[in-house]
Design a protein around this ligand. Structure first.
Ligand code: FAD
Length: 297
């Protein structure tokens, strides 16, 4: 079949020298400009005429966007321009945040991950974004720069709907910060796609668990679901079930059914709402079982 949209529309490429200049330009041209990082979402949407920015503002090379650093006391910082392959290959990410590496590795193909960034995945705000769940359960916090200076925002409040975030005109996310992982924590990301390569999630289930003496079960679990609502979903009821009851097969099934009941997926080309709900239950059960087995070993 012939591609009905063979080319990109014309636009002006802007390469600012500083964050101040970038934010000032984006604010001055609000509604007709967009930041670009890897471009793997933005350029496709421009080609498909979903976005028609007159200006594309390159944030790569700006202060703090190239940082990828771990410090045991403070955690991990991933700059907005750091490609996913760099994150996946980083020894500290593999050692301390294997869940993030697993989630990033599930995105598309190696070639795409040479360009695609985690911050771009977040700012794109697709409910299907593969790295959003890991960043949420790991307690992600965004560093955001705007014309009035810097602010920080927890990732849990950032998503406002498909493609919508709390970013104000002129604001740029410069990095995401993850605190040090909980002691003894384990996690997994299970993604259901139509094929094993280069497809968005029909659903995605991220589970993160760690010992916690404050709960009746002795453990605390966090769950994030992709592609089941307008924004990534973290149903608190699932965490409550797993905190208040001894972890058994029955408890895990009860938690998985609570996850299924909490989500409100849509029908689309990748799957029906009914299928998605069933798969949320099945993959949630499998993911919690997997993390529980890791915690026991
Ligand atoms: C073939 C193909 C397969 C794909 N498969 C997957 C997949 O399996 N899983 C998945 O999750 N995604 C997938 N995607 C989508 C995309 O690759 C990811 O969302 C990627 O992480 C986007 O990162 P990027 O750096 O390329 O973002 P960009 O395209 O540069 O930007 C994405 C959006 O965020 C905005 N933005 C970028 N950086 C910033 C910033 N620093 N501050 C504020 N706003 C910013 C841009 O204006 C744009 O709206 C796929 C895309 C393609 C083309």
């Amino acid at each position: 079949m012939l591609n009905p949209h063979p080319g990109l529309p014309e636009f002006t490429y802007v390469k600012p020298a500083s964050l101040d200049e970038a934010c000032g330009f984006l604010a001055e041209h609000a509604g007709e400009s967009r930041p670009i990082s890897g471009g793997t979402d933005l350029l496709v949407r421009m080609r498909d005429k979903a976005f028609k920015p007159a200006y594309v503002v390159d944030i790569k090379g700006l202060e703090g966007t190239d940082v990828l650093a771990f410090d045991p006391a403070n955690g991990l910082t991933v700059g907005a321009a750091v490609p996913m392959n760099r994150v996946v290959a980083h020894p500290d990410v593999q050692k301390h945040y294997p869940l993030l590496a697993q989630a990033a590795k599930s995105v598309a193909s190696y070639q795409l991950r040479n360009r695609a960034t985690i911050v771009g995945n977040i700012c794109n705000a697709s409910p299907a974004g593969d790295t959003l769940g890991a960043c949420l359960v790991l307690g992600g916090r965004l560093r955001i720069y705007g014309k009035d200076g810097e602010r920080f925002e927890d990732l849990v409040t950032f998503f406002k709907g498909p493609g919508k975030t709390s970013l104000q005109p002129g604001e740029i996310v410069t990095s995401i910060h993850l605190p040090p992982p909980e002691k003894g924590a384990k996690g997994t990301y299970l993604k259901l796609g139509r094929n094993k390569l280069s497809d968005l999630a029909i659903i995605g289930v991220t589970v993160y668990g760690f010992p916690d003496k404050m709960t009746d079960s002795g453990y605390r679990f966090k769950l994030a679901l992709a592609s089941v609502a307008a924004t990534p979903l973290m149903p608190p009821v699932v965490e409550t079930v797993l905190a208040e009851n001894k972890i058994t097969e029955d408890t895990i099934l009860k938690a998985a059914e609570a996850a299924m009941d909490a989500c409100s997926p849509i029908d689309d080309v990748r799957g029906s709402a009914e299928y998605r709900k069933d798969m949320v239950r099945n993959l949630t059960r499998n993911a919690i079982t997997d993390v529980w087995e890791q915690l026991q070993s």
